[in-house]
Design a protein around this ligand. Structure first.
Ligand SMILES: [Cu+2]
Ligand SMILES: [Zn+2]
Length: 167
């Protein structure tokens, strides 16, 4: 039984190596913070897996969104624009009746300011021709505060402390 599980895992790993494309980005600090870490995006078949490994956050809950522009040049991150929202829907919680395509949700930083999040969806793609799914050219933002999933159009998530140009 155990050997069978291991061989299945090995087969899965081979599939990832042969069929997955992973883009890894450094998280840029914004708004006079020391936010750092990495964001990895992997296309696996028709799904995108995002793995965030974030450092130097304030302990507690922080919103994570994909914003409409892959431009982290502004010191406060506002150059990324608003939430990526190709369907012109309302802001909300991912999977609820209304949400933006960039409404990933929240992550929690521990007492040392470290946070990890893995997120998987078939509603995104990496570089496909469907612009309602393509996240290349967009910006990932880590916020100072939590997303309340309610306030329009931002979730009242506060300033922008980390930024990634997804390119
Ligand atoms: Cu945001
Ligand atoms: Zn939103």
């Amino acid at each position: 039984m155990k050997a069978k599980t291991l061989s299945l895992l090995a087969a899965g790993a081979l599939f990832v190596v042969s069929c997955g494309t992973t883009n890894t980005y450094q998280v840029l600090s914004k708004s006079n913070t020391q936010t750092g870490g990495t964001a990895k995006f992997t296309q696996k078949g028709n799904e995108v897996v995002m793995k965030l490994d974030i450092t130097n956050l304030t302990p507690g809950i922080h919103a994570v969104h994909i914003h409409e522009k892959g431009d982290c040049s502004a010191a406060d991150g506002t150059s990324t624009g608003g939430h990526w929202n190709p369907a012109k829907d309302d802001h909300g919680k991912w999977g609820a009746e209304h949400f933006h395509m960039g409404d990933i949700g929240n992550l929690t930083a521990d007492q040392n300011g470290n946070a990890m999040l893995t997120f998987k969806t078939d509603k995104w793609c990496l570089g496909c021709t469907d612009e309602s799914k393509n996240i290349i050219g967009k910006g990932l933002i880590i916020h100072a505060s939590a997303d309340d999933f309610h306030t329009q159009p931002t979730g009242n998530a506060g300033g922008r402390v980390g930024c990634v140009e997804i390119k």
